[in-house]
Ligand binder design. Structure first.
Ligand code: IMP
Length: 194
């Protein structure tokens, strides 16, 4: 079975492909010749993942899944959430986004936060949703050099180091994305029995 993962990120594609049963072959947006930008205009993670998965289904006819991730900070009522990639502005980089979050939390003791990933899958005529959550807290300063995004300031629950101080494989076993993908993999493994 061929299915599109709505991403141009070859790293993400390889990582997810390696977890799926060999009967499922993933195609990226590049593989199907999709070069147009799919605007993520929804106000929820699920809404944005659905926009991407539905666009590919409609425009290209493929079964498809898409993901969207956000960092939700409790004391900020879930900010930056769906706006995590552009928290400090449309062209903001990770440094600017982290600096904005650190300044908003300056002097605050409640640092509770969680990463959430939503995957929306369009398979034949049905739509399925998978979720992965990683709870933790926002540190007072950046720590570590690995990973991307908010990794240097996010410390997962039960650990003494930030995501950016963890080997990638270890992060994958506890991360929001890792958990959402594990749900997707379980779904595909059980598919012949459904
Ligand atoms: P995306 O939906 O995977 O593109 O994620 C949206 C934004 O959330 C990214 O641009 C990052 O800022 C942030 N983000 C997503 N996943 C992670 C992660 O694992 N670590 C740190 N930041 C992340």
């Amino acid at each position: 079975m061929k299915i599109v993962f709505a991403t141009h990120n070859q790293h993400k594609l390889k990582e997810v492909q390696s977890l799926l049963p060999t009967s499922i072959k993933l195609l990226s947006l590049t593989d199907i010749g999709c070069t147009e930008e799919i605007l993520e205009t929804a106000t929820t993670l699920q809404g944005n993942a659905k926009i991407k998965a539905d666009y590919i289904r409609k425009a290209y006819g493929y079964d498809c899944f898409a993901d969207d991730t956000g960092l939700e900070v409790a004391i900020l009522y879930g900010e930056p959430g769906v706006y995590s990639a552009r928290y400090a502005g449309a062209n903001a980089d990770s440094e600017a986004n982290m600096n904005k979050l650190l300044s908003k939390l300056k002097g605050k003791n409640n640092r509770q936060a969680q990463f959430k990933t939503i995957i929306v899958l369009n398979l034949q005529d049905s739509q399925y949703v998978f979720e992965g959550v990683c709870k933790g807290e926002i540190l007072h300063k950046k720590n570590g050099k690995q990973g991307f995004g908010y990794d240097p300031i996010f410390k997962p629950e039960g650990y003494d180091v930030s995501f950016a101080q963890m080997p990638m494989e270890e992060k994958g076993t506890i991360s929001h994305r890792g958990k959402a993908v594990a749900e997707l993999v379980k779904f595909f493994e059980e598919l012949p029995r459904k």
